[in-house]
Design a protein around this ligand. Sequence first.
Ligand code: TYM
Length: 335
Amino acid sequence: MEKPTNRILSGVQPSGDLHLGNYLGAIKNFVSLQKDYECFFCVVDLHAITVWQEPKVLASKTREVTAAFIASGIDPNKNNIFVQSQVPQHAQLAWLFNCVARMGWLNRMTQFKDKAGKNSENVSVGLFSYPTLMAADILIYLATHVPVGDDQKQHLELTRDIAQKFNNDFKVDLFPIPEPLIFGEATRVMSLRDGSKKMSKSDPSDYSRIMLTDTAENIIQKIKKAKTDPQPLPQNIDGLSSRPEAENLISIFASLQDVSIEKVISEYSGKEFSIFKKDLADLAVSKLEPITVEMNKLMNDISYIDSVLSIGKEKAKQVAEPVLAKTKEIIGFLS
Ligand code: TYM
């Protein structure tokens, strides 16, 4: 089976409103990678239902993530944009990987521990086996590179372990060992209310995150209210240690502006946060508003979104089908 050398797969859950962490940690990087890689961008609805989703909202959010991809600058004619549940090979390979991955490996997943919390007896089995499905998403395309935010690092290590164990167990060289692509100045965007917590869709406070559906006014208000400390901006990067909220806002600025954190610090060192926040709000609005406007426009043309997904599904299946067939043959299943 021919192996690609430059193929990307990444996924985004349609489980709530997309936020600045999803944009800076992942989607913005997808946009810059599309010129050098063959890309598969997947709306991972099977992952979303590991926790409860309202059916009507799920359908709309699935289209909204697609709209966000396109509005952010991913070219749907050049890349494969599709929905995970429409390509059944993902779930089929995930089952096979459930029989490769070890309980001990999954027991170490910090995201499961964080999400399950004290409720681990009562969460879905899917939430526990979530990373084997993620490994299947990647390996069903023999993807070589996976752009993600920093929080997905451990899941990618597990994907590499699964690929390696499968190849070793069956003495084959089928699956590549995919490389994570975690880059940019904001690989882990933190909550605007608490610099020790990741910005996330599930935080109960709306003020903890900037969403891609926010109006300019919302964005300005949220940045104005973002938690900071009383000191001005530091003289150098070392001055950010033990100042998580300051570090977070400066990283967001650097990433939005496409410059280094050092450059932002040298421009603002010694200035008050009130001044910096005003500029950050202007910058955020100037970068995010055009995306929001375009997303809203696309969401008014559902037939266009569905046509993009329909083409994406067919192209994805063409790649996924032979990989699944080969995997089953290797395992010893009758064809
Ligand atoms: P999800 O939907 O939670 O997040 C989508 C992408 O956004 C990144 N991200 C962040 N980056 C920086 N700061 C943050 N606060 C932040 N929050 C989220 C995530 O790292 C991710 O890249 N398990 C994945 C979805 C997935 C996937 C895959 C990814 C399913 N299959 C295969 C890559 C390859 C997830 O939970 O994404």
